[in-house]
Design a binder for this molecule. Structure first.
Ligand SMILES: Nc1ncnc2c1ncn2[C@@H]1O[C@H](COP(=O)(O)OP(=O)(O)OP(=O)(O)O)[C@@H](O)[C@H]1O
Ligand SMILES: [Mg+2]
Length: 464
């Protein structure tokens, strides 16, 4: 990466960035974060890449060689000291030095794991010099920096530092916490714990569709989700453990192997783990909505687990701050259409109609279904996009299937009232968060430990 993008690209990217924060009430505090030159970083493994960005772990921040350029202008120290003491005193008092040192000193955990990662524009994108793509990529990075600098939630990735280069430089980067498995990877691992049984021979013709908003698919893991949420409801799952064990001895029943006492324990743990991930994400999105920010790209690829196993939302390039008048809920805005990823995208976004924060509720409801069902939503339309448009975004407004025997009613409610066609009929994320909290407490038989985000331990973020 060499030359600066042309003035025209910078101007357009700045324009797009400003549009995102037209009447902003959240301040960009990125100037308060420790700053680093790209040449100070020793990068390790490449952790992933998206449309614009590539993310790599940072093995070292070599701040010593560049410290001179960071030192503030000489200040007069009115005590008699030696030159070395003056220097040390200046360093100790300089918040920028302290922030940089803090990151440099903490960048490796337990002598081996990188604690931080950087996101920088993909070299191939910069080299391609496609004006429109570059504008979008630079604007996304600027938006992401602004939003991440202004928010703090235990389930949103933390910004730790920024690049010294200006925001519209191709070598601009942000430093954040290094995350591990993305949710899509974890979903596959969860699905493998209790593999999908072979399809049962059909005894009866399929019964009528049980509810509005179901898809065509009846085969799926979702239909046998009894084995994950309890056959009838998770309440009965809790109450009828013994009975269930006996029921499961039916010959050829594919759940036989899965329902030994130790497997029941495993299932419960897995259920709880997944519900906690859903609750944490709901809480993160509700937090954004309280600040008038819409996320617009909720999907498993944009969620990942940290070293402690807590889920985090990241990738804020497509987030948007709504104009303040949205305090009158359910006003809609003319925003960019087709933002996000199709299976989780609300119909109004797909159709480029005006929309508001309820688009995140739609996406979350589809994601909730995915985490419960351990299936890809709308996969039956994978090879027929036209049919997907016809049946999901238009016509019958089909939705993922909720099995006939049902999941816990509150969970079903979050799905049905989350992906309602009319945004005004969708619940608020806060309501969903509260429902999920109650559900976890119920599954844990009253234990509410760790479910108050405002009381959770959060790692220290160094700012001036
Ligand atoms: N903090 C992190 N720690 C570890 N891996 C990360 C982190 N942030 C992102 N990744 C990995 O890098 C990938 C790309 O990141 P991200 O989604 O932010 O980039 P993007 O170019 O903005 O993506 P998109 O095309 O989805 O908009 C992610 O899918 C994930 O695998
Ligand atoms: Mg992404």
């Amino acid at each position: 990466m060499s030359s600066d993008p042309s003035g025209k690209i910078v101007e357009q990217a700045l324009g797009a960035y400003k549009k995102t924060f037209a009447e902003s009430t959240i301040s960009d505090t990125s100037g308060d974060f420790p700053r680093f030159a790209f040449s100070e970083l020793t990068l390790g493994k490449r952790l992933g890449e998206g449309g614009f960005g590539v993310v790599s772990e940072v093995l070292a921040f070599d701040i010593s060689a560049h410290e001179d350029s960071h030192r503030p202008p000489e200040t007069s120290v009115e005590v008699e000291t030696t030159g070395v003491e003056v220097e040390r005193k200046e360093e100790e008092e300089d918040p920028d030095f302290q922030g940089r040192k803090f990151i440099a000193d903490h960048c490796i955990r337990n002598d081996s794991d990188a604690r931080y990662a950087i996101k920088i524009l993909k070299k191939s994108l910069v080299d391609k010099a496609d004006v429109n793509l570059m504008v979008k990529a630079l604007a996304d990075m600027a938006v992401e920096t602004h939003i991440l600098s202004a928010i703090e939630h235990p389930n949103i990735v933390k910004l730790r530092g920024v690049s010294q280069q200006g925001r519209y430089h191709p070598e601009y980067f942000i430093v954040m916490d290094r995350l591990y498995d993305t949710l899509d990877k974890r979903l596959k691992a969860w699905a493998e714990v209790f593999p999908k049984p072979p399809p049962m021979p059909k005894k009866n013709p399929p019964s009528k569709r049980q509810s509005s908003g179901s898809t065509r698919s009846t085969s799926s893991r979702a239909s046998k989700l009894g084995c994950i949420f309890g056959r009838k409801s998770s309440q009965e799952f809790d109450d009828d453990e013994e009975k269930e064990e006996q029921d499961d001895t039916v010959e050829m029943n594919p759940t036989t192997i899965e329902s030994s006492p130790s497997n029941l324990e495993k299932k419960k743990k897995l259920l709880e783990e997944r519900l906690v991930a859903c609750f944490d994400l709901a809480s993160a999105i509700a937090y954004l909505h309280e600040r008038n920010i819409i996320y617009r790209d909720t999907k498993p690829e944009n969620c990942a687990f940290d070293v402690r196993g807590d889920i985090k939302l990241f990738d804020f390039g497509t987030a948007k701050e709504l104009p303040p008048q949205n305090s009158k809920r359910d006003l809609t805005f003319n925003l960019t259409g087709m933002t996000g990823s199709l299976p989780w995208m609300a119909p109004e976004v797909a159709k480029s109609d005006p929309y508001n924060h309820k688009v995140d509720v739609f996406s979350f409801a589809v994601l909730l279904w995915q985490i419960v069902a351990l299936e890809m939503p709308f996969k039956e339309y994978e090879s027929d996009l036209r049919l997907f448009w016809e049946e999901v975004h238009n016509g019958p407004h089909k939705r993922p299937e909720i099995p006939r025997l049902g999941w816990p009613k509150p969970i079903e409610l979050c799905m049905r009232r989350g992906w309602a066609k009319e945004p005004s009929e969708r619940m608020e994320m806060k309501q969903i968060e509260n429902i999920l909290r109650k559900e976890i407490i119920r599954v844990r038989k009253g234990d509410d430990a760790g479910l108050r985000h405002d009381r959770r331990r959060s790692t220290f973020v160094f700012r001036r």
